[in-house]
Write a protein that binds this ligand. Sequence first.
Ligand SMILES: Cc1cc2nc3c(=O)[nH]c(=O)nc-3n(C[C@H](O)[C@H](O)[C@H](O)COP(=O)(O)OP(=O)(O)OC[C@H]3O[C@@H](n4cnc5c(N)ncnc54)[C@H](O)[C@@H]3O)c2cc1C
Length: 471
Amino acid sequence: MRCQEKTCANFEGVSGLLRVRYFHAMSETPSVEIIGAGLAGCEAALTLAAGGVRVELVEMRPGKTTPAHTTGLPAELVCSNSLKSNEPPSAQSLLKEELRLLQSPLLACAAASAVPAGSALAVDRLLFSRSVQNAIDALPGITYARREALQPSETHALNIIAAGPLVSEGLAQWLAAAFSSRALHFYDAIAPIVSLDSIDTSIAFYASRRHPENTDYLNCPFTEEEYGRFYDALISADRAASRSFEHEVYFEACLPLEVIAGRGRQSLAFGPLKPIGFIDPRTGRLPFAVCQLRRETNDGVGFGMVAFQTRLTIAGQQSVFRLIPGMAQAEFLRYGSCHRNSFMDSPALLSSDFSFKQRPELFLAGQLCGNEGYVESIATGHLAALFTMARLRGLLLPPPPVTTACGALLRHITLSEIKPFTPSSFHFGLLPALETGEKKKVGKKQRHELLCQRALADFRGWVEGLKAGVR
Ligand SMILES: Cc1cc2nc3c(=O)[nH]c(=O)nc-3n(C[C@H](O)[C@H](O)[C@H](O)COP(=O)(O)OP(=O)(O)OC[C@H]3O[C@@H](n4cnc5c(N)ncnc54)[C@H](O)[C@@H]3O)c2cc1C
């Protein structure tokens, strides 16, 4: 683990820059409380501490846990182990590239715990969390307190709430009472993980889409008849009961498999199970559909079922998913499940630096503020830390330009005019369009390349501007 400690603790980014100019001694610095040692909270804590700010990071696990977390470790990835595409020109690779320019500590930890996943950045989730823990332990200035926070503490100069979509009931009540915001939520589902030993590899084959030589994914190929049997069983299987008072609203990018299946018999074969780019080595032909399994760890013991988020009962998952070719004996290391996912009405409540309009000493970060996704949570955690640090130093930090991934995400969260406000992952649609002339002339891939080039140039300019501003 040594190299991981080094990688993650040795970043400074913009936060380091601000420290050099404005802080002389650690003991003189005011302190910041961060509630929640998830992705946003850990990113914020490491960023602030690297900038010389004393931080108290308050985490309720393992004493009190959430319906989705299973460990007491920080920055636990609750569902997929993928931080999505690393390959330009994609929206997700752009967001990660900007975070790398900021020297994001959590992206450094992700790089140090990566597992092979084709063009995606996927991690060994346990190694990732331990790497984050090591980074926290290695930086002086972070106190890691294990308790539930029922409200922000008044003994700190500033507070950041990064308690995530599964925020504890007590803190959620405090937020609702303090800001009289409508309670907002949607539902998010988790996909199962199965053991490699239990997969029949005489049927399932290694390959990634369009790359038959790649061994990062294991693929279970369906014939049309097998697909039909699987589909019928899925549609009629028992689902975990939802509480009658809860109206289920799902996040479109993370729909349970059975909800997608409900949209039509071919919806899976043309959607998450699409076979394009695969040849079944047994038949030499394109399968009718493919269930992909992605490596969870480098030793390849566990494989996650890609896009198999579900709210089927455990018995339902056992009977239906074992109909997948190659999975008749599947042993489930983790079952899929579905959880309520809370967020605040940020455009109504927050200023453009993530602080509450009514309570400027309190900041919000992570999924609770209305971003969606792991890397987006890291991004809002990092930005909230920079804004917090600027506030401590009496500086006005301009937000990143809206042409950048970070700037566009920030604008969506704090200024979205869509009613009701809906959380968003970062996608190209959040960026302002290219100049009309350019847009007309170019195809989709080239347009994405141009959007990425513009974003990175503007982001570098923003970072350079900050450097010049604090010198
Ligand atoms: C079920 C589910 C599945 C998801 N799957 C994916 C996915 O596959 N891919 C993806 O990109 N995104 C996914 N997301 C969305 C989102 O990216 C993750 O939830 C992400 O972890 C959010 O980061 P965060 O830092 O905001 O919150 P979290 O990472 O959840 O961190 C919040 C932390 O706050 C702690 N906490 C809560 N209340 C308190 C309190 N009162 N006091 C102290 N500590 C507290 C929690 O224990 C937790 O450690 C999923 C979300 C859910 C709910």
